[in-house]
Write a protein that binds this ligand. Structure first.
Ligand code: NAI
Length: 327
């Protein structure tokens, strides 16, 4: 049997954690034959709840689940980790300014970056799910200087999946018929879901929908879907977010299909005018265990404006955390 992979999940007692852990333990994260060592990180007040989830994981008798370790100590949680899913974050509470939110999350992601730097496995891959995901990933990366920057990513796969589903419904096709859709920028309401390179049945997706649907329905529906879920469910997306986290890591490890790509927040190399070092969503392919930004796409004026607006927001977030000494 292959040797076990160590997977750390922070915020393990939260609602995404509950939707995520059983799928990881059942073998859906990487592959169906790979044993999993789970490490669950929580804040002290939620350790008992995480231990309850660990009891249920045990009770599933998953053949691949090698061990479960529950802790409130980041060093212990990230020691030897191969895959770190950073789900736990400080939510925005009423009256909180964006700067306060970034500062509070800096208090979480800075020590986690340090712990990853100190003890993670040399092949560690990190996915920030907790919001503001892109900037939380950036803070984590800044405090793990010994780990290659490309190993730090932020989740925009849920936005990508939402966009696939909206387009499929509009055209009456299966999601599997769509290729090369992309989310650009920040995981926020400014994100830009791009249909101009997408193909449906081998033909341009943008040419199969009218421009007003694209601009006035598709883009805002995808960008505001998180708020619509909260309105309907009375709680934020959890199972769909967990599913997207599984997709993100599975693709990262196993690769994208030939002739297709996906979306992920990755460190910019300056491509498409996105300032170097920002963690921005791009169209990406996964090859040989690495996410790579798809190069050489033509960006028209409509797309340029929207990418620039979202990237400007990311730059502002970086300026704020720089002033706070967090990056
Ligand atoms: P939740 O509030 O149910 O759970 C969060 C958990 O994190 C709590 O159990 C809390 O105790 C824990 N936590 C807080 N600080 C921690 C720390 N320093 N170390 C370890 N654990 C810590 O929240 P939920 O619904 O599970 O969402 C988690 C995050 O994911 C939120 O920030 C949410 O905004 C974000 N999210 C991101 C999405 C994306 O597409 N990128 C989609 C949906 C949610």
């Amino acid at each position: 049997t292959p040797s076990p992979v160590t997977v750390t999940v922070t915020g393990a007692a939260g609602q995404i954690g509950y939707a995520l852990l059983f799928r990881i333990a059942s073998g859906q994260l990487i592959g169906p034959d790979i044993p999993i060592k789970l490490k669950l990180l929580e804040i002290p007040q939620a350790v008992t709840a995480a231990e309850g989830t660990a009891m249920e994981l045990t009770d599933c008798a998953f053949p691949l689940l090698h061990s479960i370790d529950v802790t409130d100590d980041a060093r212990q949680a990230f020691d030897g980790t191969n895959i770190a899913l950073l789900v736990g974050a400080r939510p925005r509470t009423q009256g909180m300014e964006r700067g306060d939110l970034l500062e509070a999350n800096g208090g979480i992601f800075k020590p986690q970056g340090e712990a990853i730097n100190a003890g993670a496995a040399s092949d560690v891959r990190v996915l920030a799910v907790g919001n503001p995901a892109n900037t939380n990933a950036l803070i984590t990366q800044a405090h793990a200087p010994d780990v290659p920057a490309e190993r730090f990513t932020a989740m925009t796969r849920l936005d990508h999946n939402r966009a696939l589903a909206q387009l499929a419904a509009k055209l009456g096709v299966g999601v599997g018929d769509i290729r090369k859709l992309a989310i650009w920028g920040n995981h926020s309401a400014t994100q830009y879901p791009d249909l101009f390179h997408a193909e449906v049945g081998g033909k341009s997706a943008a040419e199969q929908v009218d421009r007003s649907w694209l601009a006035d329905e598709f883009i805002p529906t995808v960008a505001k879907r998180g708020a619509a879920i909260i309105d309907a469910r009375g709680a934020s997306s959890a199972a769909s977010a967990a599913n997207a986290a599984i997709d993100h890591v599975h693709t990262w490890v196993n690769g994208t299909a030939e002739g297709d790509w996906t979306s992920a927040g990755v460190v910019s190399d300056g491509s498409y005018g996105v300032p170097e070092g920002l963690i921005s969503s791009f169209p990406v392919v996964a090859r040989n265990g690495r996410y790579e930004i798809v190069q050489g796409l033509d960006i028209d004026e409509f797309s340029r404006e929207r990418i620039d607006a979202s990237v400007a927001e990311l730059s502002e977030e970086r300026d704020t955390v720089r002033k706070l000494g967090l990056v």
